[in-house]
Design a protein around this ligand. Structure first.
Ligand SMILES: [Zn+2]
Ligand SMILES: [Zn+2]
Length: 345
């Protein structure tokens, strides 16, 4: 289903518009680099549960671990599936600059057991980490990606025979697990010169009648409702919650929209992702979690906020602790009340 998924493309019809866009970008870059509020990064150490291979191998099926940002490890049918693995110190093309991670990964790539499939959503640096892919190539059986992303993987040395590229609404089976590529409203590119040359998507992951939705990066759009109609209800959703800003509302969701999208796809439990690892916006680093917690309480939504590295039983979900509140700056009050416009289904 080819929906208009690129809000950025219609944005520059002529040269003047292009110049304007560059000027806006420069202003934003300046604000982002030199005028950042202090509270976009944590003070103190984020708690991380160290993981071991033995723990992973002994864990029951339908376990989940947040490794950081949108990197989530799942155990399904005795095999390991890993979304958007980022282990780099910075979500950036250069080693000495760009957003530096707040916490170490709870496990090294070396310590990870063999991975059945790495599941990629798009090629942005906070989702696609070249060195991680190169290290994972040896221990990973399959790389599942949107169309075009496989080109990056092949250039980095991944065997083409291991790569499966999918268009929106296409499905593939990996062992007994079904994966379907589903739409997002986002964009792609790893430099100023290669914008939108590769695809972007979310993923439906089906383990028999157990249904997981990984929402990846997206602005709020009608696609969530369609995904819910086609594949819902979902036992667990991994929803983007963080790196939002009204300036780029078309490509990342405000927490109210995250909650709405979870309701649209007909999710039961939500595990918010895309926060707590990288400073990619201007909001306080705890704000996405606090806003989503407040909304969850108000709309009676089950939200699970595990620590990084904490084992989560997807078939016996618990709320998890609000771990960020134990940090020195984790207690700050966050205004949420008057921004709510969630339609319950
Ligand atoms: Zn992105
Ligand atoms: Zn992202």
């Amino acid at each position: 289903m080819a929906e208009s998924a690129d809000p950025m493309e219609n944005d520059a019809p002529g040269l003047l518009a292009k110049v304007g866009a560059v000027a806006r970008m420069a202003k934003l870059f300046w604000k982002f680099t030199f005028d950042k509020p202090k509270d976009t990064r944590p003070q103190g150490r984020i708690p991380v549960d160290r993981m071991t291979r033995a723990e992973l191998l002994a864990a029951p099926d339908r376990s989940l671990w947040k490794l950081g940002h949108s990197s989530v490890l799942m155990k399904l049918q005795g095999e390991f599936f890993l979304t958007d693995p980022v282990f780099a110190k910075r979500a950036s093309p250069i080693w000495f600059a760009g957003p530096k991670r707040f916490h170490p990964a709870p496990i090294s790539i070396k310590e990870l057991p063999p991975i059945k499939a790495v599941v990629l959503s798009h090629d942005h640096y906070d989702h696609l980490d070249k060195r991680a892919i190169q290290k994972l190539a040896k221990k990973t059986e399959w790389f599942i990606a949107p169309t075009g992303v496989g080109g990056h993987l092949q250039r980095w040395g991944v065997d083409a025979a291991k790569i499966r590229e999918l268009e929106w609404w296409q499905e593939t089976s990996i062992g007994g697990v079904r994966l379907a590529s589903t739409p997002t409203q986002h964009f792609s590119g790893r430099s100023l010169w290669n914008r939108n040359q590769t695809g972007w998507c979310s993923w439906v992951i089906l383990d028999g009648d157990f249904r997981v939705f990984y929402g990846a990066d997206s602005g709020y759009f009608d696609g969530f409702r369609k995904i819910g109609e086609a594949y819902g209800p979902f036992d667990v959703t991994l929803m983007e919650n963080g790196a939002y800003n009204t300036r780029w509302a078309a490509i990342h969701m405000q927490p109210e929209e995250t909650v709405q999208a979870h309701l649209d796809v007909r999710g039961k439990w939500m595990v918010p992702v895309h926060q707590g690892t990288f400073d990619l916006a201007m909001h306080p680093w705890t704000e996405p979690m606090e806003r989503v917690q407040a909304l969850a309480a108000r709309f009676n939504i089950d939200v699970c906020t595990p620590r990084f590295g904490e084992l989560v039983r997807m078939d016996a979900m618990q709320r998890g602790t609000c771990w960020w509140r134990s940090l020195p700056d984790g207690q700050r009050a966050t205004a949420v009340a008057d921004r709510v416009a969630v339609q319950e289904r």
